[in-house]
Write a protein that binds this ligand. Structure first.
Ligand SMILES: Nc1ncnc2c1ncn2[C@@H]1O[C@H](COP(=O)(O)OP(=O)(O)O)[C@@H](O)[C@H]1O
Ligand SMILES: [Mg+2]
Length: 268
């Protein structure tokens, strides 16, 4: 009998750092320049088929990490590989293998009907027409988008728009899906539907998912593995049970995570 194959590594970060230089006026002729370490010495790997939660307080470095994973930002230190590619150098090639959703911002065209946005994306990613049709039909059905395909994006509700953004991110059938706060502002029904969709996508198609969220219900229902980042550093990486074990006696995940977020601050 063959030994079980270890799934391949799809995301790898080795000692990754990203700094920003910010300058602010401190007087009429004076400016102060300051270096912000958004991400420091960050190393982790994600294997094919994993569903990983990426947690951290505001300003921890989550979005900066995601922007580096997708090639929007280049790291200032270390190395990144996603689907075997260096994201910042091979952004176009990578775009075919990765889907990204930023919950706070849409990638759709405001004035166009959803259907036209999808068609533009099909052209951008050069998706075969027949496969596109199949995927669009399937995603439309799964996400209940049928009645909104002719609606301009600006007229959609947040939940409808988010489903449109998820569809847009998946039309080219990427191996990796990265989500930055996709459930932000969604009502309980939309949120439940979104979670069910993501769980099925991971379980049935084996899509690797990295999910950033402040909603710990998302994490509890979806993620086997959780990474927690604070002040740009990896503060925790393990299973949900390991995470709970960091704060014995705490019953809710909220309380466990609050402890981790405030751990350093208690001693300041
Ligand atoms: N373009 C930028 N210029 C300057 N500072 C930035 C920039 N983007 C992010 N930062 C800073 O980097 C840190 C991490 O930000 P971010 O990755 O957006 O955090 P999160 O997504 O976890 O809330 C914050 O201190 C933020 O102010
Ligand atoms: Mg963010």
């Amino acid at each position: 009998m063959e030994a079980p194959r270890t799934p391949e590594t799809v995301i790898e970060l080795a000692q990754v750092g990203r700094t920003f230089t910010v300058s602010r006026r401190t007087g009429v002729l004076r400016r102060e320049r300051r270096v912000v370490h958004a991400v420091r010495d960050l190393s982790f790997t994600v294997r094919a088929g994993e569903f990983v939660g990426y947690l951290g307080p505001n300003g921890a470095g989550k979005s900066t990490t995601i922007k580096m994973l997708t090639g929007i930002l280049a790291p200032t230190a270390g190395r990144i590989s996603v689907a075997g590619l260096d994201p910042a150098r091979r952004r176009t090639a990578l775009a075919r293998r990765i889907g990204v959703v930023f919950g706070q911002r849409t990638t759709l065209w405001w004035d166009l009907p959803l259907r036209d946005s999808f068609e533009l994306i099909r052209h951008l990613y050069k998706v075969d027409r027949v496969r596109y049709r199949e995927r669009l039909d399937r995603l439309t059905e799964l996400l209940g988008l049928g009645e909104f395909l002719a609606t301009p994006v600006r007229q959609l509700s947040l939940g409808q728009r988010m489903r449109g953004d998820i569809t847009a991110a998946l039309l080219h059938d990427p191996a990796v899906l990265v989500l930055d706060e996709p459930t932000i502002g969604l009502d309980v029904v939309s949120k439940a539907a979104m979670r069910e969709f993501l769980r099925d996508l991971n379980a049935q198609q084996g899509t690797t998912v990295l999910l950033t969220t402040h909603d710990l219900g998302d994490i509890e229902r979806l993620c086997r593995r959780v990474m927690l980042i604070d002040h740009g550093r990896l503060a925790f990486d393990g299973t949900l049970d390991d995470l709970r074990a960091t704060a014995p006696g705490e019953t809710s995940l909220e309380a466990v995570v609050t402890r981790l977020y405030t751990r350093d601050r208690l001693f300041q």
